[in-house]
Design a protein around this ligand. Structure first.
Ligand SMILES: Cc1cc2nc3c(=O)[nH]c(=O)nc-3n(C[C@H](O)[C@H](O)[C@H](O)COP(=O)(O)OP(=O)(O)OC[C@H]3O[C@@H](n4cnc5c(N)ncnc54)[C@H](O)[C@@H]3O)c2cc1C
Length: 400
Protein backbone atom coordinates (compact mmCIF):
# COMPACT_ATOMS: atom_id res chain seq x y z
CA UNK A 1 0.00 0.00 0.00
CA UNK A 2 1.50 3.41 -0.90
CA UNK A 3 2.42 5.54 2.10
CA UNK A 4 0.08 8.37 3.05
CA UNK A 5 1.20 11.72 1.69
CA UNK A 6 -0.69 13.57 4.41
CA UNK A 7 -1.60 12.96 8.02
CA UNK A 8 -5.03 14.48 7.36
CA UNK A 9 -7.04 15.66 4.38
CA UNK A 10 -9.86 18.06 5.27
CA UNK A 11 -12.70 18.51 2.75
CA UNK A 12 -14.45 21.89 3.16
CA UNK A 13 -12.68 25.10 4.19
CA UNK A 14 -15.37 27.08 6.01
CA UNK A 15 -16.39 27.20 9.72
CA UNK A 16 -15.49 23.61 10.63
CA UNK A 17 -12.85 22.70 8.05
CA UNK A 18 -10.45 25.64 8.18
CA UNK A 19 -10.17 25.69 12.01
CA UNK A 20 -9.68 21.91 12.24
CA UNK A 21 -6.98 22.09 9.55
CA UNK A 22 -5.39 25.07 11.35
CA UNK A 23 -5.37 23.31 14.73
CA UNK A 24 -3.92 20.05 13.34
CA UNK A 25 -1.26 21.97 11.39
CA UNK A 26 -0.39 23.93 14.54
CA UNK A 27 0.26 20.55 16.22
CA UNK A 28 2.80 19.81 13.49
CA UNK A 29 0.68 17.48 11.34
CA UNK A 30 0.86 17.50 7.56
CA UNK A 31 -2.56 18.69 6.42
CA UNK A 32 -4.22 19.19 3.04
CA UNK A 33 -7.33 21.41 3.06
CA UNK A 34 -9.47 21.42 -0.10
CA UNK A 35 -12.65 23.20 -1.13
CA UNK A 36 -14.46 23.50 -4.43
CA UNK A 37 -15.10 27.17 -3.55
CA UNK A 38 -12.54 29.95 -3.74
CA UNK A 39 -12.17 32.55 -0.99
CA UNK A 40 -13.49 35.10 -0.29
CA UNK A 41 -16.90 33.77 -1.26
CA UNK A 42 -20.41 33.83 0.18
CA UNK A 43 -22.59 30.89 1.12
CA UNK A 44 -26.29 30.69 1.98
CA UNK A 45 -26.17 31.48 5.69
CA UNK A 46 -26.85 34.36 8.00
CA UNK A 47 -23.87 34.81 10.29
CA UNK A 48 -24.57 35.77 13.86
CA UNK A 49 -21.70 34.51 16.02
CA UNK A 50 -22.71 34.25 19.67
CA UNK A 51 -20.14 34.96 22.44
CA UNK A 52 -19.36 31.21 22.65
CA UNK A 53 -18.19 31.28 19.03
CA UNK A 54 -16.26 34.51 19.60
CA UNK A 55 -14.46 32.91 22.50
CA UNK A 56 -13.14 30.15 20.17
CA UNK A 57 -11.95 32.80 17.72
CA UNK A 58 -10.24 34.64 20.59
CA UNK A 59 -8.54 31.47 21.84
CA UNK A 60 -7.23 30.86 18.30
CA UNK A 61 -5.96 34.46 17.99
CA UNK A 62 -8.54 35.37 15.33
CA UNK A 63 -11.18 37.46 17.17
CA UNK A 64 -9.32 40.73 16.67
CA UNK A 65 -9.08 40.08 12.92
CA UNK A 66 -12.86 39.68 12.73
CA UNK A 67 -13.50 42.78 14.83
CA UNK A 68 -11.03 44.79 12.72
CA UNK A 69 -13.23 44.27 9.64
CA UNK A 70 -15.54 46.96 11.03
CA UNK A 71 -18.12 44.54 12.15
CA UNK A 72 -20.08 46.18 14.98
CA UNK A 73 -20.40 44.48 18.38
CA UNK A 74 -23.86 43.31 19.43
CA UNK A 75 -24.38 43.84 23.17
CA UNK A 76 -28.14 43.28 23.55
CA UNK A 77 -30.59 40.61 22.44
CA UNK A 78 -34.30 41.59 22.49
CA UNK A 79 -37.00 38.93 22.11
CA UNK A 80 -40.38 40.53 21.47
CA UNK A 81 -43.19 37.99 21.95
CA UNK A 82 -45.99 40.57 21.64
CA UNK A 83 -47.32 40.72 25.21
CA UNK A 84 -43.76 40.75 26.66
CA UNK A 85 -40.26 41.62 25.48
CA UNK A 86 -37.22 40.01 27.08
CA UNK A 87 -34.13 42.18 26.70
CA UNK A 88 -30.76 40.97 27.97
CA UNK A 89 -27.03 40.67 27.44
CA UNK A 90 -26.03 37.49 25.63
CA UNK A 91 -22.44 37.39 26.84
CA UNK A 92 -20.26 37.09 29.88
CA UNK A 93 -17.74 39.44 31.52
CA UNK A 94 -14.92 37.88 29.48
CA UNK A 95 -16.82 37.64 26.19
CA UNK A 96 -19.63 40.21 26.30
CA UNK A 97 -20.46 40.66 22.61
CA UNK A 98 -21.70 38.80 19.58
CA UNK A 99 -20.60 39.78 16.06
CA UNK A 100 -22.01 39.04 12.64
CA UNK A 101 -19.22 39.17 10.05
CA UNK A 102 -20.25 38.42 6.46
CA UNK A 103 -19.21 34.92 5.43
CA UNK A 104 -17.09 36.50 2.69
CA UNK A 105 -15.10 38.08 5.55
CA UNK A 106 -15.18 35.32 8.19
CA UNK A 107 -14.42 32.32 5.98
CA UNK A 108 -11.49 34.12 4.34
CA UNK A 109 -9.98 34.87 7.78
CA UNK A 110 -10.38 31.18 8.70
CA UNK A 111 -8.83 29.78 5.53
CA UNK A 112 -5.91 32.24 5.72
CA UNK A 113 -5.30 31.18 9.34
CA UNK A 114 -5.12 27.53 8.23
CA UNK A 115 -2.56 28.46 5.55
CA UNK A 116 -0.50 30.47 8.07
CA UNK A 117 -0.46 27.43 10.37
CA UNK A 118 1.16 25.42 7.56
CA UNK A 119 -1.79 23.56 6.03
CA UNK A 120 -1.59 23.16 2.25
CA UNK A 121 -4.66 24.80 0.72
CA UNK A 122 -6.25 23.91 -2.59
CA UNK A 123 -9.16 26.15 -3.51
CA UNK A 124 -11.36 25.40 -6.54
CA UNK A 125 -10.65 21.71 -5.89
CA UNK A 126 -13.66 19.38 -6.15
CA UNK A 127 -13.53 16.00 -4.46
CA UNK A 128 -15.17 13.48 -6.77
CA UNK A 129 -14.63 10.34 -4.74
CA UNK A 130 -13.61 9.13 -1.30
CA UNK A 131 -11.05 6.32 -1.63
CA UNK A 132 -11.89 3.26 0.47
CA UNK A 133 -9.73 0.14 0.80
CA UNK A 134 -10.90 -2.82 2.89
CA UNK A 135 -13.51 -0.64 4.61
CA UNK A 136 -10.99 2.06 5.56
CA UNK A 137 -10.87 5.53 4.02
CA UNK A 138 -7.38 6.10 2.62
CA UNK A 139 -7.70 9.28 0.57
CA UNK A 140 -9.58 11.26 -2.04
CA UNK A 141 -9.78 11.59 -5.77
CA UNK A 142 -10.58 14.98 -7.22
CA UNK A 143 -9.58 17.76 -9.56
CA UNK A 144 -8.59 21.38 -9.59
CA UNK A 145 -10.96 23.51 -11.70
CA UNK A 146 -10.03 22.73 -15.31
CA UNK A 147 -7.36 20.21 -14.22
CA UNK A 148 -6.72 16.47 -14.35
CA UNK A 149 -8.10 14.10 -11.73
CA UNK A 150 -5.50 13.40 -9.00
CA UNK A 151 -5.36 11.03 -6.04
CA UNK A 152 -4.21 12.13 -2.59
CA UNK A 153 -3.77 9.78 0.36
CA UNK A 154 -3.93 10.45 4.09
CA UNK A 155 -4.17 8.60 7.40
CA UNK A 156 -7.53 10.31 7.95
CA UNK A 157 -10.02 12.16 5.73
CA UNK A 158 -12.13 14.70 7.60
CA UNK A 159 -15.48 15.61 6.06
CA UNK A 160 -16.13 19.25 6.94
CA UNK A 161 -18.12 19.29 3.73
CA UNK A 162 -21.47 20.50 5.00
CA UNK A 163 -24.83 18.83 5.50
CA UNK A 164 -24.74 16.98 2.14
CA UNK A 165 -21.33 15.52 3.13
CA UNK A 166 -19.77 13.17 0.57
CA UNK A 167 -17.74 11.51 3.33
CA UNK A 168 -20.92 10.74 5.33
CA UNK A 169 -22.70 9.51 2.20
CA UNK A 170 -19.85 7.27 1.06
CA UNK A 171 -19.29 5.75 4.50
CA UNK A 172 -23.06 5.51 5.20
CA UNK A 173 -22.61 7.34 8.49
CA UNK A 174 -25.38 6.34 10.90
CA UNK A 175 -27.96 9.15 11.24
CA UNK A 176 -30.03 9.67 14.42
CA UNK A 177 -32.38 12.18 16.10
CA UNK A 178 -33.74 13.03 12.68
CA UNK A 179 -36.42 15.68 12.28
CA UNK A 180 -37.58 17.03 8.92
CA UNK A 181 -37.42 20.67 7.82
CA UNK A 182 -39.51 22.69 10.29
CA UNK A 183 -39.40 26.24 8.93
CA UNK A 184 -38.09 28.11 5.93
CA UNK A 185 -36.48 31.53 6.10
CA UNK A 186 -35.44 34.30 3.77
CA UNK A 187 -32.94 37.07 4.40
CA UNK A 188 -31.44 40.11 2.73
CA UNK A 189 -29.39 43.22 3.59
CA UNK A 190 -30.56 46.82 4.08
CA UNK A 191 -28.68 50.09 4.36
CA UNK A 192 -30.11 52.90 6.49
CA UNK A 193 -31.47 50.69 9.28
CA UNK A 194 -29.34 51.41 12.38
CA UNK A 195 -29.53 48.71 15.08
CA UNK A 196 -27.32 50.39 17.74
CA UNK A 197 -25.75 47.14 18.98
CA UNK A 198 -29.09 45.31 19.27
CA UNK A 199 -30.16 41.95 17.90
CA UNK A 200 -33.95 42.22 17.69
CA UNK A 201 -36.32 39.35 17.11
CA UNK A 202 -40.10 39.31 16.89
CA UNK A 203 -42.36 36.30 17.35
CA UNK A 204 -45.94 36.68 16.11
CA UNK A 205 -48.07 33.56 15.66
CA UNK A 206 -46.39 31.19 13.18
CA UNK A 207 -43.89 33.87 12.15
CA UNK A 208 -40.46 34.89 13.50
CA UNK A 209 -38.24 37.65 12.15
CA UNK A 210 -35.12 39.44 13.25
CA UNK A 211 -32.48 42.02 12.36
CA UNK A 212 -28.91 42.81 13.33
CA UNK A 213 -25.89 44.71 11.98
CA UNK A 214 -23.05 43.37 9.87
CA UNK A 215 -20.09 44.78 7.91
CA UNK A 216 -20.32 47.81 5.61
CA UNK A 217 -23.06 49.54 7.66
CA UNK A 218 -25.56 46.96 6.47
CA UNK A 219 -28.35 45.37 8.48
CA UNK A 220 -29.32 41.78 7.93
CA UNK A 221 -33.08 41.21 8.01
CA UNK A 222 -34.31 37.61 8.24
CA UNK A 223 -37.69 36.01 8.76
CA UNK A 224 -39.45 32.71 8.38
CA UNK A 225 -42.66 30.75 8.34
CA UNK A 226 -43.52 27.07 8.85
CA UNK A 227 -42.10 24.72 6.22
CA UNK A 228 -45.63 23.68 5.19
CA UNK A 229 -46.03 27.22 3.77
CA UNK A 230 -42.75 27.12 1.84
CA UNK A 231 -44.09 26.19 -1.60
CA UNK A 232 -46.98 28.65 -1.49
CA UNK A 233 -45.01 31.59 -0.07
CA UNK A 234 -42.04 31.30 -2.39
CA UNK A 235 -44.28 32.46 -5.23
CA UNK A 236 -43.94 35.99 -3.80
CA UNK A 237 -41.07 36.13 -1.32
CA UNK A 238 -40.89 39.92 -0.98
CA UNK A 239 -44.67 40.39 -0.68
CA UNK A 240 -44.97 37.66 1.96
CA UNK A 241 -41.88 38.89 3.79
CA UNK A 242 -43.17 42.47 4.03
CA UNK A 243 -46.61 41.23 5.08
CA UNK A 244 -44.85 39.37 7.90
CA UNK A 245 -42.94 42.50 9.00
CA UNK A 246 -46.23 44.44 9.03
CA UNK A 247 -47.25 42.32 12.04
CA UNK A 248 -45.03 44.78 13.96
CA UNK A 249 -45.73 48.12 12.25
CA UNK A 250 -42.96 50.06 14.06
CA UNK A 251 -40.35 47.54 12.93
CA UNK A 252 -41.74 47.41 9.37
CA UNK A 253 -41.54 51.22 9.22
CA UNK A 254 -37.85 51.17 10.19
CA UNK A 255 -37.07 48.59 7.51
CA UNK A 256 -39.06 50.45 4.83
CA UNK A 257 -37.13 53.62 5.69
CA UNK A 258 -33.96 51.80 4.61
CA UNK A 259 -32.90 50.52 1.20
CA UNK A 260 -32.62 46.88 0.23
CA UNK A 261 -29.10 46.37 -1.14
CA UNK A 262 -29.07 42.68 -2.10
CA UNK A 263 -31.31 39.95 -3.45
CA UNK A 264 -33.33 37.58 -1.28
CA UNK A 265 -31.61 34.44 -0.05
CA UNK A 266 -33.62 31.52 1.35
CA UNK A 267 -33.23 28.08 2.86
CA UNK A 268 -34.83 25.30 4.88
CA UNK A 269 -32.74 22.53 6.40
CA UNK A 270 -33.42 19.15 8.03
CA UNK A 271 -32.26 18.29 11.54
CA UNK A 272 -30.03 15.29 12.33
CA UNK A 273 -26.96 13.93 14.07
CA UNK A 274 -24.48 11.59 12.40
CA UNK A 275 -21.97 9.20 13.89
CA UNK A 276 -18.88 11.32 13.22
CA UNK A 277 -16.15 8.73 12.67
CA UNK A 278 -15.10 5.33 11.38
CA UNK A 279 -11.92 3.72 10.06
CA UNK A 280 -9.88 6.47 8.40
CA UNK A 281 -12.61 9.12 8.47
CA UNK A 282 -14.24 11.76 10.66
CA UNK A 283 -16.94 14.42 10.31
CA UNK A 284 -17.05 17.98 11.68
CA UNK A 285 -19.56 20.85 11.57
CA UNK A 286 -22.83 20.47 9.66
CA UNK A 287 -21.57 17.21 8.15
CA UNK A 288 -21.87 15.61 11.60
CA UNK A 289 -24.67 17.59 13.24
CA UNK A 290 -27.16 19.78 11.41
CA UNK A 291 -30.06 21.75 12.84
CA UNK A 292 -32.39 24.57 12.02
CA UNK A 293 -30.66 27.95 11.92
CA UNK A 294 -33.37 29.76 13.91
CA UNK A 295 -31.14 29.81 17.01
CA UNK A 296 -28.01 30.69 14.98
CA UNK A 297 -25.84 28.00 16.57
CA UNK A 298 -24.20 26.43 13.49
CA UNK A 299 -21.03 28.52 13.31
CA UNK A 300 -20.33 28.38 17.05
CA UNK A 301 -21.02 24.60 17.05
CA UNK A 302 -18.70 24.13 14.06
CA UNK A 303 -15.96 25.94 16.03
CA UNK A 304 -16.51 23.68 19.08
CA UNK A 305 -16.39 20.64 16.78
CA UNK A 306 -13.12 21.82 15.26
CA UNK A 307 -11.62 22.31 18.70
CA UNK A 308 -12.71 18.94 20.14
CA UNK A 309 -12.26 17.09 16.84
CA UNK A 310 -8.70 18.36 16.33
CA UNK A 311 -7.65 17.30 19.80
CA UNK A 312 -9.27 13.84 19.42
CA UNK A 313 -7.61 13.30 16.02
CA UNK A 314 -4.26 14.67 17.25
CA UNK A 315 -4.18 12.15 20.11
CA UNK A 316 -4.73 9.32 17.58
CA UNK A 317 -2.21 10.68 15.05
CA UNK A 318 0.49 10.96 17.72
CA UNK A 319 -0.30 7.40 18.85
CA UNK A 320 -1.53 8.05 22.39
CA UNK A 321 -5.12 6.84 21.77
CA UNK A 322 -7.15 4.61 19.43
CA UNK A 323 -9.38 6.49 16.95
CA UNK A 324 -12.51 4.70 18.20
CA UNK A 325 -11.69 5.72 21.73
CA UNK A 326 -10.83 9.40 21.15
CA UNK A 327 -13.56 10.01 18.53
CA UNK A 328 -16.08 8.00 20.57
CA UNK A 329 -15.48 10.42 23.43
CA UNK A 330 -15.75 13.35 21.01
CA UNK A 331 -19.17 12.12 19.85
CA UNK A 332 -20.41 11.60 23.41
CA UNK A 333 -19.23 15.03 24.51
CA UNK A 334 -20.66 16.74 21.43
CA UNK A 335 -24.06 15.09 21.82
CA UNK A 336 -24.30 15.76 25.57
CA UNK A 337 -23.29 19.38 25.07
CA UNK A 338 -25.65 20.23 22.20
CA UNK A 339 -28.70 18.03 22.93
CA UNK A 340 -30.65 20.50 25.15
CA UNK A 341 -30.08 23.29 22.62
CA UNK A 342 -31.02 20.96 19.74
CA UNK A 343 -34.37 20.22 21.43
CA UNK A 344 -34.96 23.94 22.08
CA UNK A 345 -34.03 24.79 18.48
CA UNK A 346 -36.51 22.23 17.08
CA UNK A 347 -39.23 23.52 19.40
CA UNK A 348 -38.69 27.14 18.36
CA UNK A 349 -38.38 26.23 14.66
CA UNK A 350 -41.81 24.55 14.75
CA UNK A 351 -43.23 28.11 15.15
CA UNK A 352 -46.10 26.85 17.25
CA UNK A 353 -47.90 29.01 19.84
CA UNK A 354 -46.01 29.07 23.17
CA UNK A 355 -47.56 26.85 25.86
CA UNK A 356 -49.42 28.51 28.77
CA UNK A 357 -46.57 27.39 31.03
CA UNK A 358 -43.94 29.08 28.84
CA UNK A 359 -46.02 32.26 28.66
CA UNK A 360 -46.16 32.34 32.46
CA UNK A 361 -42.41 31.86 32.61
CA UNK A 362 -41.86 34.74 30.19
CA UNK A 363 -44.12 36.90 32.36
CA UNK A 364 -42.01 36.02 35.41
CA UNK A 365 -38.74 36.81 33.60
CA UNK A 366 -39.86 40.07 31.93
CA UNK A 367 -38.55 43.26 33.49
CA UNK A 368 -35.99 41.54 35.76
CA UNK A 369 -32.42 42.17 34.71
CA UNK A 370 -30.80 38.95 36.02
CA UNK A 371 -33.42 36.54 34.62
CA UNK A 372 -33.60 38.44 31.31
CA UNK A 373 -29.80 38.16 30.95
CA UNK A 374 -30.08 34.45 31.70
CA UNK A 375 -32.72 34.12 28.94
CA UNK A 376 -30.52 35.99 26.43
CA UNK A 377 -27.54 33.84 27.44
CA UNK A 378 -29.57 30.68 26.91
CA UNK A 379 -30.63 31.83 23.45
CA UNK A 380 -26.94 32.57 22.72
CA UNK A 381 -25.82 29.10 23.82
CA UNK A 382 -23.85 30.60 26.70
CA UNK A 383 -26.15 29.00 29.28
CA UNK A 384 -27.61 25.55 28.75
CA UNK A 385 -31.42 25.31 28.45
CA UNK A 386 -31.15 22.44 30.95
CA UNK A 387 -29.75 24.90 33.51
CA UNK A 388 -32.18 27.70 32.61
CA UNK A 389 -35.29 25.51 32.81
CA UNK A 390 -34.15 23.60 35.93
CA UNK A 391 -37.07 23.77 38.45
CA UNK A 392 -34.92 25.38 41.17
CA UNK A 393 -33.85 28.11 38.70
CA UNK A 394 -37.39 28.73 37.39
CA UNK A 395 -38.67 28.95 40.98
CA UNK A 396 -36.37 31.94 41.56
CA UNK A 397 -37.94 33.83 38.63
CA UNK A 398 -41.37 33.55 40.24
CA UNK A 399 -40.04 34.58 43.64
CA UNK A 400 -39.16 38.02 42.31
C1 LIG B 1 -30.19 30.21 5.99
C2 LIG B 1 -29.16 29.87 7.02
C3 LIG B 1 -28.89 30.77 8.03
C4 LIG B 1 -27.92 30.47 8.99
N1 LIG B 1 -27.63 31.39 9.95
C5 LIG B 1 -26.69 31.16 10.89
C6 LIG B 1 -26.34 32.14 11.86
O1 LIG B 1 -26.85 33.27 11.88
N2 LIG B 1 -25.40 31.80 12.79
C7 LIG B 1 -24.82 30.56 12.82
O2 LIG B 1 -24.00 30.29 13.71
N3 LIG B 1 -25.10 29.62 11.88
C8 LIG B 1 -26.01 29.88 10.92
N4 LIG B 1 -26.29 28.95 9.96
C9 LIG B 1 -25.59 27.66 10.00
C10 LIG B 1 -24.18 27.77 9.41
O3 LIG B 1 -24.24 28.32 8.12
C11 LIG B 1 -23.52 26.40 9.34
O4 LIG B 1 -23.71 25.71 10.56
C12 LIG B 1 -22.03 26.51 9.04
O5 LIG B 1 -21.82 27.09 7.80
C13 LIG B 1 -21.40 25.11 9.06
O6 LIG B 1 -20.08 25.20 8.60
P1 LIG B 1 -19.38 23.94 7.94
O7 LIG B 1 -17.95 24.33 7.77
O8 LIG B 1 -19.70 22.71 8.72
O9 LIG B 1 -20.10 23.71 6.53
P2 LIG B 1 -20.29 24.68 5.27
O10 LIG B 1 -20.28 26.10 5.67
O11 LIG B 1 -21.51 24.14 4.58
O12 LIG B 1 -19.01 24.42 4.35
C14 LIG B 1 -18.83 23.22 3.66
C15 LIG B 1 -17.77 23.45 2.57
O13 LIG B 1 -17.48 22.17 1.99
C16 LIG B 1 -17.23 22.37 0.62
N5 LIG B 1 -17.47 21.10 -0.08
C17 LIG B 1 -18.59 20.33 -0.01
N6 LIG B 1 -18.45 19.24 -0.80
C18 LIG B 1 -17.24 19.36 -1.41
C19 LIG B 1 -16.55 18.56 -2.37
N7 LIG B 1 -17.08 17.42 -2.86
N8 LIG B 1 -15.32 18.98 -2.79
C20 LIG B 1 -14.78 20.12 -2.29
N9 LIG B 1 -15.41 20.92 -1.39
C21 LIG B 1 -16.61 20.54 -0.96
C22 LIG B 1 -18.23 23.44 0.21
O14 LIG B 1 -17.80 24.12 -0.97
C23 LIG B 1 -18.23 24.37 1.44
O15 LIG B 1 -17.35 25.46 1.29
C24 LIG B 1 -27.24 29.22 8.96
C25 LIG B 1 -27.52 28.30 7.95
C26 LIG B 1 -28.46 28.62 6.97
C27 LIG B 1 -28.72 27.62 5.88
Amino acid sequence: MPASQYDAIVIGARCAGSPIAMLLARQGHKVLLVDKATFPSDTISTHLIHPTGMSHLRQWGLAERVIATNCPPIHTYAFDFGPVTITGSPGTKDEPYSYAPRRTVLDKILVDAAAEAGAEIREAFTVEEILVEDGTVVGIRGHQRGGETVTERARIVIGADGRHSMVARTMKAEQYNERPELESSYYTYYSGVPMNGRFETYIRGPRAFAAWSTNDDLTLVVGGWPYREFEENKKDVEGNFMKMLDLVPEFAKRIRAGKREERWYGAAVPNFFRKPFGPGWALAGDAGYNKDFITAMGISDAFSDADRGASAIHSWLEGSRQLDDSMGEYQKTRDAHVMPTFELTCQIAALEPPSAEFQQLLGAVAGKEGPMNQFAQMMAGVKSPAEFFAPENVEKFFQG
